[in-house]
Design a binder for this molecule. Structure first.
Ligand code: ZN
Length: 111
């Protein structure tokens, strides 16, 4: 390796090796995000872009954050429970059973 440098002795004054060429006018940053499932994703951003706090994990769709130790909580969407609780508040048990029977009938394909 040293002999290679000796042969190409004309480049005195060139930067230390490893200095990348700067032809790219828009350098990009790769930022790592981790979701709560431990998936790492590395979207790249323009160096002047705003880096978002969270990024959607491309593998599971959970939000991913920049702190590997502390990924954001997965979204808790349980609309059914909430809806059922809401219905229960408004209706008597009898109505609730009728709704349940109807739902079961739908499941069986009777309606
Ligand atoms: Zn994930």
């Amino acid at each position: 390796m040293a002999s290679g440098n000796a042969i190409r002795g004309s480049r005195v004054g060139a930067g230390p090796m490893g200095e990348a060429e700067r032809g790219d006018s828009a350098p990009r940053l790769r930022i790592s995000f981790w979701c709560s499932n431990g998936h790492e994703t590395q979207p790249s951003f323009a160096s002047d872009a705003q880096i978002p706090e969270t990024w959607d994990c491309p593998r599971c769709g959970f939000p991913a954050g920049k702190d590997e130790e502390n990924p954001p909580d997965p979204p808790r969407t349980e609309p059914y429970k909430t809806h059922l609780a809401y219905v229960r508040e408004r209706r008597s048990d009898e109505d609730g059973e009728a709704i349940l029977a109807e739902a079961l009938a739908k499941l069986r394909g009777e309606i």
